[in-house]
Design a protein. Structure first.
Lengths: 310, 242
């Protein structure tokens, strides 16, 4: 097969770059996880800046190290983390769309602010959906640029759907998140909340939690005071995005997009989708706090967020 | 509400801004499943394209809806209405038994002898004990197409391995506690392996993708090595295959 020449070629792979659409839905009952961007906010903005519709596949670049060469003229945008991206060696501005000429080299360095950058191209990356989605889940071998759940490797080519879009769109200041400070994560209390001791509940919502280095697209472990729950295990049941489960060691784990579909630990509740996005940009060692919110507050915030991305 | 639910059930529990956990029962039982599959079907009809996902599992159903088109309150109202007229899925109760051929052999089932030892049985008796009854699929999870089935005869129940294997070969048939399963793909795993099936459990190109679905009845059928090979089974022993 002759390699396609109509997109971006991977000159250097870096640790982890995955193609993600909004996620794989409707098949969770088969044990198939959700996938999709762990920072929905950054992913949505990258797509929006180049005029793509909600759900268009974009690249999630974790930590950096990726180098891409444009094989034709493109309009692209980088949003989410600042991974010290450069274009032909010059710093590339995030949160805005820009034109790239065929032959130019786009490189991601290392985290400056946040952990995951999102690269969208006008027209969108083209890939064959698997089980209805392009979302790349390495563990399941599903989706991504090759349909087999592989991370990008040197020599891969990313196909781009042709499209006429002009550069120059910019995200408003309030959309550009500074990921460096302590994060406040909105949590919707769940059904087992009353099973935790009063002192544990106080700690859960008042302690500074540290993001552990055991953190990936499945979940993020938080370390801090030990939480005690009267229940130690439950019959396995479906787990929603952002569920904060507390295993017997008392250290909570926030479950993200690639979590297993069912599980049996009691839960404090669920982080809101935007809190998941924020947590996904935290580096190990960063501090976070949990803040209980009402369903109404969370729904209003989510609907406001989505309203910008028709 | 039908008197067949334990007192105080079903309950609706909050599960994030886009979900409700419907708790139908409080204990694992084969008899739960016709209720769960009925509720799955009713939700599909009632929610239509406002439904994002359904995750039935043992005693519960997680209902995930589109929060742009439905609030938690609206979804709850819909679910309460459904539950008030829910009837068990009689069809599921009498669903045909799906048969999974299994080559029970120590080379592909290294814990066959462990189960025999724990039960004080011969290897053949363990095989007979595992294959003579039909099982019910309680949930799918852990990996695509991985079906948790029960319940195995208490004589051959066995705890998980102290140290999980890094790579369990695809098709491995296994027992843990009173549950049994077959591994669809190579994954880590700590269950007791007793044999291997040549059946393809998960196929992205097949309609429905997963051979087994929640609520299915399943029976394991012992086959000989030559039949296993004829059906495309991988005869490599653990050391080579894992």
């Amino acid at each position: 097969m002759t390699p396609a020449k109509d997109g971006l070629r991977v000159a250097r792979a870096g640790p982890l770059a995955l193609l993600q659409d909004a996620g794989r839905f409707g098949v969770r009952r088969l044990g198939v996880t959700q996938g999709g961007p762990v920072d929905l906010h950054g992913w949505a903005w990258a797509n929006h800046l180049v005029g793509n519709a909600w759900g268009t596949p974009a690249l999630e670049v974790t930590f950096g190290g990726l180098e891409l060469v444009a094989e034709r003229d493109l309009v692209l945008a980088v949003a989410g983390a600042n991974l010290f991206a450069t274009l032909e060696g010059e710093p590339l501005a995030g949160w805005r769309s820009l034109s790239v000429k065929a032959g130019q080299r786009l490189a991601f360095g290392a985290p400056v602010n946040g952990l995951r950058a999102y690269l969208a191209v006008a027209g969108g990356f083209a890939a064959e959906p698997v089980l209805g989605s392009v979302a790349c889940v390495v563990r399941e071998g599903l989706g991504g640029h090759d349909g087999k759940g592989h991370r990008l490797a040197e020599g891969d080519t990313l196909q781009v759907t042709p499209c006429r879009t002009s550069a120059g769109s910019e995200a408003p200041r309030e959309a550009r998140v500074d990921y460096r400070g302590p994060a406040e994560l909105a949590l919707l209390p769940g059904a087992q909340i009353s099973e935790f001791s009063g002192a544990s509940l106080f700690r859960a919502f008042n302690a500074d939690w540290r993001v552990d280095d055991r953190a990936d697209r499945m979940g993020v472990r938080l370390t801090g005071p030990r939480l005690q729950c009267r229940m130690t295990s439950m019959i396995s049941e479906g787990i929603g995005l952002g569920a904060v489960q507390v295993p017997p060691d008392g250290q909570p784990i926030a479950l993200l997009n690639d979590r297993q579909t069912i599980g049996g630990y009691p839960r404090l509740g669920a982080l809101t989708p935007l809190a998941c996005s924020r947590l996904a940009q935290c580096l190990p060692g960063q501090e976070v706090r949990l803040k209980a919110v009402s369903t109404e507050q969370a729904l209003a915030a989510y609907r406001r967020f989505r309203a910008g991305f028709a | 509400m039908s008197g067949r639910f334990p007192q105080g059930l079903p309950r609706l529990e909050p599960a994030g801004l886009d979900g409700w956990m419907v708790r139908l029962f409080d204990a694992i039982d084969e008899g739960n499943m016709p209720w769960l599959t009925a509720l799955v079907r009713e939700c599909e009809t009632a929610f239509g394209d406002r439904l994002v996902d359904l995750v039935p599992s043992y005693t519960t159903l997680l209902v995930v809806f589109d929060p742009l088109r439905l609030s938690a309150g609206e979804a709850r109202k819909q679910l309460v209405e459904l539950l008030q007229r829910l009837q068990p899925d009689e069809e599921a109760a009498d669903a045909p038994v799906k048969e999974l051929p299994v080559w029970y052999d120590a080379s592909v089932g290294p814990e066959l002898s462990r189960l025999a030892e724990l039960a004080g049985m011969s290897l053949d008796e363990v095989v007979a004990c595992h294959s003579e009854r039909s099982y019910r699929v309680f949930a799918l999870g852990f990996a695509p197409g991985f079906a948790f089935m029960g319940s195995v005869d208490p004589r051959i129940e066995a705890p998980r391995l102290d140290t999980p294997r890094r790579r369990v070969p695809a098709g491995s048939v296994a027992v843990a506690g009173r549950q049994t399963a077959a591994y669809p793909t190579v994954t880590p795993g700590g269950w007791n392996l007793i044999g291997r099936t040549p059946a393809v459990l998960f196929d992205r190109d097949r309609e429905g993708f997963s051979l087994l679905q929640v609520g299915d009845r399943v029976r394991f059928v012992p086959i000989e090595r030559n039949e296993f090979e004829r059906l495309g089974g991988d005869t490599r022993a653990m050391e080579e295959g894992s």
